[in-house]
Design a protein around this ligand. Structure first.
Ligand code: HPA
Length: 245
């Protein structure tokens, strides 16, 4: 079963025929909200709003371990994570959809592994390629079939938030090789890897990152809502197409 984690701007999927909502409990606490089960086209899917259905949970407060565990426990084998980001490189503009292929983790103080605590075995997962290649291919194919443009590849920088970055921090991320910046990409991706969930992120560019383009002096937060609303329509079409095949 396919799981979809919706980020800012995506708290429900209009085309989903909902069959059940279930509050899940996990050894790691409570997920961000009830799991929503249903069908999109022919496919069984489960949906979870990362920040809660009322968008009340900040990126650094999301219980990523509970979210991924609950989805796996519910029978998910693959996760598409929809996440809004800022664009660092000029060629990527607000409204663009990007399928990152790499991540750099700048977050701190988050519970970022299942392998800790008394009795847990010391375990090192391979994370050379943080996103599932087969799932990325499926998303790219669905986007092509839906005639929606998705930029293939990008380096995602995961920052702690909840504040946005300074212009100098964005310069540093660019020097590090990052194309996109967001606050939720980690530890979500590695937790999925630890429990063998196929995982890919579909990044929705909400704004130019601090110091870039029209964000030269400030990120225009009041405009982000409209950008995301339009872009999420395209995300929904891609997911629908993916669910047809
Ligand atoms: N920075 C970090 N996270 C974000 C941004 C940003 O500019 N836009 C959307 N999520």
């Amino acid at each position: 079963m396919l799981a979809i984690i919706g980020g800012s701007g995506l708290t429900k999927l209009g085309s989903m025929e909902v069959t059940q909502r279930r509050v899940a409990r996990t050894p790691y606490g409570e997920p961000s909200g009830a799991l929503t089960f249903g069908r999109i086209r022919a496919a069984e899917v489960v949906f979870l709003a990362r920040h809660g259905y009322g968008h009340t949970i900040a990126p650094h407060e999301v219980n990523y371990r509970a979210n991924l565990w609950a989805l796996k426990d519910a029978g998910a084998d693959a996760v598409i994570s929809v996440a809004s980001v800022g664009a660092i490189r000029g060629a990527i503009a607000p409204g663009a959809l990007v399928l990152p292929h790499q991540v750099i983790d700048y977050t701190w103080g988050r519970r970022s592994t299942y392998f800790e605590g008394p009795g847990a075995p010391v375990t090192h997962v391979d994370f050379t390629e943080p996103y599932s290649a087969p799932l990325r291919s499926r998303i790219l194919k669905a986007a092509r079939e839906a005639s929606e443009t998705v930029i293939d590849k990008g380096v995602y920088a995961a920052t702690q938030g909840p504040r946005l970055e300074t212009a100098a921090e964005i310069d540093r991320l660019e020097r590090d090789g990052a194309d996109l910046v967001g606050m939720t990409g980690m530890p979500e991706a590695v937790l999925a890897r630890e429990i063998s969930l196929e995982y890919a992120a579909l990044a929705v560019v909400a704004n130019y990152a601090a110091g870039r383009g029209e964000s030269e002096h400030a990120v225009p937060l009041d405009r982000i809502g409209a950008v995301l609303e339009e872009a999420m329509g395209r995300v929904r079409r891609i997911i629908e197409k993916l669910c047809e095949t």
